[in-house]
Design a protein around this ligand. Structure first.
Ligand SMILES: Cc1cc2nc3c(=O)[nH]c(=O)nc-3n(C[C@H](O)[C@H](O)[C@H](O)COP(=O)(O)OP(=O)(O)OC[C@H]3O[C@@H](n4cnc5c(N)ncnc54)[C@H](O)[C@@H]3O)c2cc1C
Length: 448
């Protein structure tokens, strides 16, 4: 019986109340918050992680489970290379099967234009000595068996991995707790207490925590949380639909995609399916506020985004979602414990159709599950990982833009060092918050 995705019907694993003081408080129990807590606790730093719903119930259990270096933004690549090493180490340390497998990631080319794009990435891959290779049509057909059509070719990285997100992130949370982190579920952070330009504490729905350092790793909710404190992040979120087939014969042990279909072998013998580059943006006040910053992404892929005029009530960018509230009254965060959008029925039909068109021999294979997820995105498709200059002790790691699962442990390690005031070992200037306000042009990272 599969248990994904998580919802608020799942039992609370980490009840409150939260402690009265904690050296570090983390807002958000996705892969970023959990791995940051883990690395801080490994250094014996007292850390409390607040999760308004359940650990990993939003993006971090709903994702495709790809852990890839392939196709990454050049500035993310050193961090994701570190993350790949950390995934192996943490999988060993947590002593649970998280479905981590080195089975490769492959992008399929429909045209010479696709192959030309792959060649661009090969230059970056060469700098980092990745095992990424280009395949011709015959090699592609050999790698993924039984495809009904021939592709121009492919780009593949055999050392890329997969894991089961709904197993991995909860297992990492258990490891963090074993190392000394405190996790409190069903506990929304409502607001920060800031005095003389420094963080002094966090107001939660279950009381006040005195602290000197706060990390906001709230996924799709980060901008709503921070805006109230004068920190503006041009973050939006888009809805995507995912499906899982029942177990079926193996066509490829890794993860692959073209423009129409993305598929990834799961540990249970089924495939996780999704549409390559299609998503739905619910329009709300932030979508209009940040529209100009998203124009380059829109021009790059004009048909990738569909629009719905009303962000649903209670969503981070809902028209009726409050933008301000008192710390002693209910906030939008506890009003929606788990952002759990329904999958689009047409989206489920379309991924099933596209998968079976590619593998017609599996016409009788059924979908066993379908779910939706809200991906938090930034205008340039790379995250914000930074310290907020105007508020001492405030850190942000958010906007992972659809690829934060694979890089998660790398970001967690980096942010834990940033909070401790240590060298992070990576050039993080690409991920600075000020890039949206210092006149820098939007430099688009790769979309997939
Ligand atoms: C369908 C889908 C497919 C994807 N596929 C991949 C993939 O194959 N590979 C990959 O690398 N990435 C993938 N991603 C992206 C990846 O899942 C995300 O980038 C990553 O999980 C983000 O982690 P996070 O910790 O930043 O946010 P989240 O996982 O969204 O966690 C944020 C948490 O913060 C909590 N929170 C928010 N506000 C508050 C508050 N005020 N108080 C307390 N708690 C709060 C939320 O409840 C939530 O649990 C995919 C995403 C989706 C949705």
């Amino acid at each position: 019986m599969l248990t994904f995705p998580f919802t608020e019907a799942d039992p609370i694993q980490y009840p409150g109340p939260p402690p009265k003081t904690s050296q570090v408080v983390i807002v958000g129990g996705g892969i970023i918050g959990v791995t940051t807590a883990l690395f801080l606790a490994s250094r014996n730093i007292p850390v409390t992680l607040l999760e308004k719903g359940r650990v990993a119930a939003e993006q971090s259990s709903r994702n495709w489970g790809w852990i890839r270096k392939q196709g990454r933004d050049a500035d993310e690549l050193p961090i994701v290379i570190e993350a790949s090493r950390l995934w192996r180490q943490l999988a060993d340390e947590c002593g649970e099967d998280i479905g981590l497998n080195q089975t490769g990631v492959t992008y399929l080319a429909n045209s010479d234009k696709d192959m030309a794009k792959f060649e661009e990435f090969m230059k970056i891959a060469a700098i980092h000595e990745l095992d990424t290779r280009l395949l011709d049509a015959d090699e592609t057909a050999k790698l993924i068996s039984g495809m009904s059509r021939r592709f121009k070719g492919a780009m593949t990285t055999p050392s890329d991995m997969r894991a089961e997100p709904w197993l991995a992130v909860p297992a990492l949370a258990r490891l963090a707790v074993r190392k000394g982190a405190r996790i409190v579920e069903n506990c929304a952070a409502r607001a920060l207490e800031i005095s003389a330009g420094r963080v002094k504490g966090v107001w939660t729905e279950a009381g006040y925590i005195e602290t000197s350092s706060v990390l906001v790793a709230g996924g799709a909710w980060s901008s709503l949380f921070l805006r109230r404190h004068g920190v503006a992040i041009p973050q939006l979120s888009v809805r995507v639909t995912v499906a899982a087939t029942e177990p079926m014969p193996e066509v490829y042990s890794g993860a692959a995609a073209d423009d129409h279909i993305a598929f990834r072998r799961r540990q249970d013998g089924g495939y996780t399916l999704a549409a390559g580059g299609s998503h739905l943006l619910y329009l709300g006040p932030d979508a209009f506020r940040h529209a100009t910053q998203y124009l380059p992404a829109l021009r790059d892929n004009p048909f990738g985004t569909r629009y719905f005029p009303f962000a649903p009530s209670g969503y981070p960018d809902g028209w009726s979602t409050p933008r301000d509230w008192a710390p002693d009254s209910a906030s939008p965060f506890e009003k929606m414990r788990v952002l759990n959008p329904a999958p689009e029925p047409a989206g489920l039909r379309s991924v099933e159709h596209n998968f079976k068109r590619l593998f017609p021999q599996f016409e009788s294979v059924r979908l066993k599950a379908g779910w939706g997820g809200m991906i938090d995105a930034m205008p340039d498709v790379v995250p914000v990982v930074d310290q907020v200059r105007a508020v001492g002790g405030l850190f942000v790691a958010t906007g992972m833009s659809g690829h934060g699962f694979g890089i998660g442990p790398g970001i967690g390690r980096v942010v834990s060092d940033m909070i401790q005031g240590n060298e992070t070992g990576h050039d993080l200037s690409r991920f600075r918050l000020s890039r949206f306000y210092d006149g820098s042009p939007v430099r688009l990272g790769p979309a997939l």
